[in-house]
Design a protein around this ligand. Structure first.
Ligand SMILES: [Zn+2]
Ligand SMILES: [Zn+2]
Length: 342
């Protein structure tokens, strides 16, 4: 029996080479029936995809943009009209801020439901952004575990014990596991973060309204704006973890998926048809944060990215998984075995 690494003669039945110490690869690939259970595990995790990988339509972004435009139009119209009222005044004595506000109060109040609608929308989107990450990370951990179980079973049935893929010179063993599972292991609470985003906006709006409408309850307004400020900081943290979780997960998935593909090729599968997962751009949280603060409108692009990146990640998952499952279920040795007479 020849060593599959150094090529020297070894006693029959040796699992490790007496010269170089490397595992000796079995010439016989396991039968299909021996791998049916782990292949079914992979198929199950792939099948869960329709329940977990939810695409959020990009066009929903038109809603907050439309609301923002409406608020801007109302606000600019009020200011322009007020300005013309002031310039029309005969003398400075006529200028009375309280009266001026009273004249335009109804128009100011129109902005309140618009503001609240804006934050309501982001609260709902936040809920789905957080929830779909939880669901996807959990499914992906199950899928990675099934893929790992498959490689274990191949090694076991090929008589190599639980040495896993390194027997075939595969990178799968060393890279799978750490970052992939750690991202999904602590699910974020979607309802909590949706409430943070909504309340931050609602309290911020309420505190401004209270200052103008109920000047003698100033303490309440200040308290509301302070709470709103704390919630804003929490919202920034939420953007941070959404961005980071996505990035860490995407990178570890791309690495694992590529490693598994190489493993399959080394196991004699025709793995060339499986896509090599593209990696997402390495986006900087600090840059996005600064640009959002400075420009204000950049925040819309940030939300767009938070919706778009996972959408694409899910799309690549689907392409990769379907082909990977097809390849795993069709080892070339099984085809020739069924074609030849017993
Ligand atoms: Zn050897
Ligand atoms: Zn994934």
């Amino acid at each position: 029996m020849l060593c599959t690494t150094c090529g020297r003669e070894n006693p029959e039945g040796n699992k490790f080479c007496v010269y170089c110490g490397q595992p000796i690869m079995s010439a016989v690939f396991p039968k299909k029936r021996d791998l049916e259970a782990p292949i079914a595990d992979i198929a199950r995790a792939v099948g869960q995809r329709k329940n977990s990988d939810k695409t959020i339509p990009i066009y929903l972004g038109a809603i907050p943009i439309a609301i923002t435009l409406a608020i801007t139009v109302v606000f600019v119209a009020i200011l322009a009209s007020m300005l013309s009222d002031i310039t029309d005044m005969a003398s400075p004595e006529e200028y009375d801020p309280a009266q001026l506000y009273a004249d335009y109060r109804d128009y100011f109040l129109v902005m309140i439901p618009l503001e609240i609608g804006f934050y309501l929308f982001f609260g709902i989107i936040t809920y789905f952004l957080v929830k779909r990450n939880n669901d996807h990370f959990a499914r992906d951990a199950a899928l990675a575990s099934a893929m790992s179980g498959f490689v274990d079973q191949v090694n076991l049935k090929a008589g190599l014990g639980r040495t896993r893929a390194p027997a075939y010179g595969s990178p799968w063993d060393n890279q799978w596991g750490t970052s992939m599972t750690s991202v999904g292991s602590t699910p974020r609470n979607p309802m909590l973060w949706a409430m943070v985003v909504m309340l931050q906006g609602v309290l911020g709006t309420a505190s401004i309204v209270a200052v103008v409408e109920y000047p003698n309850t100033l303490e309440v307004s200040i308290l509301a704006s302070l709470v709103s400020l704390v919630l804003s900081v929490m919202t920034v943290y939420m953007w941070y973890f959404l961005m980071t979780d996505n990035k860490v997960h995407d990178q570890s998935w791309a690495q694992n998926a590529e490693s598994f593909k190489i493993s399959l090729a080394r196991l004699g599968y025709t793995a060339g048809s499986i896509m090599s997962p593209p990696r997402q751009p390495d986006r900087s949280f600090a840059l996005y944060f600064v640009l959002s603060i400075v420009t204000g409108v950049f925040v819309f692009y940030w939300w767009y990215i938070l919706v778009k990146d996972p959408n694409e990640h899910f799309r690549f998952h689907a392409i990769y998984e379907d082909e990977m499952l097809r390849v795993v279920s069709n080892h070339p040795s099984w085809l020739s075995a069924s074609a030849s007479p017993r």
